[in-house]
Design a protein. Structure first.
Length: 428
């Protein structure tokens, strides 16, 4: 009996060790090859273009930045041509720009990162909860650590539909995505766990309006976009249409009208690849000064201090995603956007070198995120956190197959051991 217990224990431990080894190896990039072995930006864009031509049916704009300068690009479309000035709706990439708007108010002394958000609200308040509502601060909203469980995700409104007010959307988002409850409320103790919240950024939109005395769109244009030279960036869909919107494609490569949103801060920025390059360049060490006078260099450093972790990795600062270590004691940072029908956008920058990538596209749900993740690995040899999550299903399948093989070996080992024991007993 002891012998069989030993075999069972060894089998279980081997399965656990296998799972841990595969999981760790995937997170560390073992066996992964970069898109190109060349260090040439042109070679990376050529490799990315091969993927785009093979897998993509829509439109896409890609810019590659080296040492703070745009050095390579790729633009393609199955319909009306797109270029560096074409505007795309960029979904949750909007949150990164919104975070700049919030931090500008912090620098201006209009809001305190660590004060209860209720201090700045007159038009709406968080509903009562069994948790500490006063623990909901601007810092925790920016880092998705405020204990909100809205799950938003907004699907937006068709032309002609009434777009609800901010207050109505915060109480119950009429355009909540199917898997979201759509209510902005405190459902866990603030500061204890990370939970991605689009509703938290809609609440930040209201805070910006309350603290600035302006509409959110006007404030962002005057305080952030115009000083950075981002003249083809707006939260206003009508203005974006007048400037020149790229056709919006669904996953089947068919045109589909863009939708309107109450949740501008969380999901409805319209910008061009060229303007997003300006945004990244403002954060590069080649900028003079870093932040271009809109935000102080110290503020930008504070924004990329880790505030949230998952699966052992730092994942979030103040309004920015932390994708991977940059091998210089800092992070590759940025934000992605993903929304229906098939909007996917991504921007990454290494704040120590000024190297970066911008990808704006429609027609594919995750192509921009995938290519941007490959850029991170090409640059650093470290696995991009979002790319790791995208490939988690494949990693789990490898773990499962290996575990089944180990289990079968254990069963065969036990069977042979039992058979040998039976023979020995018969001979005795």
């Amino acid at each position: 009996m002891i012998r069989f217990m030993v075999i069972g224990f060894a089998t279980v431990m081997a399965m656990v060790a296998w799972g841990a080894l595969v999981f760790f190896g995937a997170s560390e990039g073992w066996g992964r090859q970069p898109l190109t072995q060349s260090e040439s930006p042109a070679a990376f864009v050529a490799a990315a273009q091969t993927i785009i031509e093979t897998e993509h049916d829509g439109n896409i704009g890609l810019l590659l930045i080296e040492d703070g300068e745009v050095v390579e690009s790729h633009f393609s479309s199955t319909g009306v041509p797109v270029g560096p000035d074409s505007l795309f709706q960029v979904a949750s990439l909007s949150k990164w720009l919104t975070a700049w708007g919030v931090m500008a108010l912090v620098e201006d002394g209009a809001i305190d990162l660590d004060a209860p958000v209720s201090d700045y609200l007159t038009r709406w308040q968080l509903p009562p909860s069994p948790y500490d509502n006063d623990g909901v601060t601007v810092r925790r909203l920016l880092s998705h650590m405020a204990g909100l469980d809205d799950g938003l995700g907004y699907s937006g409104f068709d032309a002609g539909e009434t777009v609800p007010s901010l207050e109505e959307s915060l109480t119950q988002a009429a355009d909540a995505s199917p898997d979201a409850n759509g209510r902005v409320r405190v459902a866990a103790q603030p500061g204890e766990e990370w939970n991605y919240s689009g509703g938290g950024y809609t609440l930040l939109q209201l805070i910006i309006e309350e603290a600035s005395g302006q509409s959110f769109s006007d404030y962002m244009r005057q305080r952030i976009f115009e000083p950075l030279g981002m003249m083809r960036t707006t939260f206003d869909l009508d203005e974006a249409a007048a400037l020149g919107l790229a056709t919006n494609y669904n996953a089947d490569g068919e045109p589909e009208p863009l939708r309107r949103y109450t949740s501008l801060a969380a999901t409805s920025l319209h910008t061009s690849a060229g303007d997003m390059a300006l945004f990244l360049q403002a954060q590069s060490p080649q900028a003079s000064p870093v932040g271009e006078g809109v935000l102080a260099p110290e503020t930008l450093r504070d924004m990329r201090v880790p505030h949230a972790r998952q699966m052992g990795a730092d994942i979030w600062g103040l309004g920015v995603m932390l994708y991977a270590p940059n091998n210089r004691g800092d992070f590759i940072l940025g934000h992605d956007g993903n929304n229906e029908p098939a909007i996917n956008t991504a921007a990454r920058i290494d704040p120590d070198t000024g190297d970066g990538i911008v990808i704006l596209e429609t027609g594919s749900r995750l192509l921009a995120t995938r290519i941007a993740g490959e850029w991170v690995f090409w640059k650093t040899g470290n696995v991009d956190n979002l790319l790791f999550v995208m490939e988690l299903g494949s990693t789990i399948r490898i773990i499962a197959i290996g575990a089944i093989i180990i289990l079968l070996i254990g069963l065969i080992w036990g069977w042979r051991t039992r058979r040998a024991a039976s023979r020995a007993s018969g001979e005795g």
